[in-house]
Design a protein around this ligand. Sequence first.
Ligand code: ADE
Ligand code: ZN
Ligand code: ZN
Length: 259
Amino acid sequence: MKKIPILLLFIFLNSYVSYSSDDWGKTGHRATGEIAEKYLSKKARKEINKLLDGHSIAYVSNYGDEIKSDKNYRKFSPWHYVNFPLDSSYEVHPKNHKGDLIVGINTCIEVLKKSDSSKEDKVFYLKMLIHFMGDLHQPLHVGMADDKGGNDLKVKWFNNGTNLHVVWDSKMIDSYGMTYTEIAVNENSLSKEEINDIAGGTVIDWMYDSRALCKEIYINIEPGAKLKYRYSYDYMNTVLLQLQKGGIRLASILNDIYS
Ligand code: ADE
Ligand code: ZN
Ligand code: ZN
């Protein structure tokens, strides 16, 4: 008799887990961190090594998500994304008074640039910056409030119920089956010009770059879509390029802070 409620509880917990989102999954954030390492200046590498106690950027890249469930860090939750309607712009649409991804990134940069910031603050905001630069390149983190960046847009991934946000956070990357180091090593080679192009611009420019991709994603999706191999064929190279862009631009910010 007891078996049925336990089975129901299991099904409930299972569906809850598959609907919750965690930003670029762990692999995505680590790949971005690993790619950033390759583009760091000597000076930046030395300063970052001191702050991270010798740990790699990839190692700390999921810190921003790890603290999410701690209520002492609740105020940072809205800093993981920025939302505005598809037909509006960041400048025109009323901002979230609790902050957003742009406020988050700019705050981290400010703290790291200030000579009188405590070491403890510098360590914290460096780890948050590393994480947020990953989020900035997940196109659905530059999304719409209406559907919480695709979290409310239900789809299937190989017959399992999930949502569009999670497909972009982790499902495609996990199905790809590479570790973060393999992704970083096997990245498509970019020319010097392409790398310079990617590294140039402002945080706002980079946000609109992700936004263009977000718009394309919405043009090509129907609620309830059954996504499988075809979706990865269409978008996995885009995902890999986003991870590279995140790494190159993170390094660009860090090289500027420690120049
Ligand atoms: N919650 C609300 N909007 C979100 C978004 N765009 N990305 C992640 N989580 C969200
Ligand atoms: Zn996410
Ligand atoms: Zn995040």
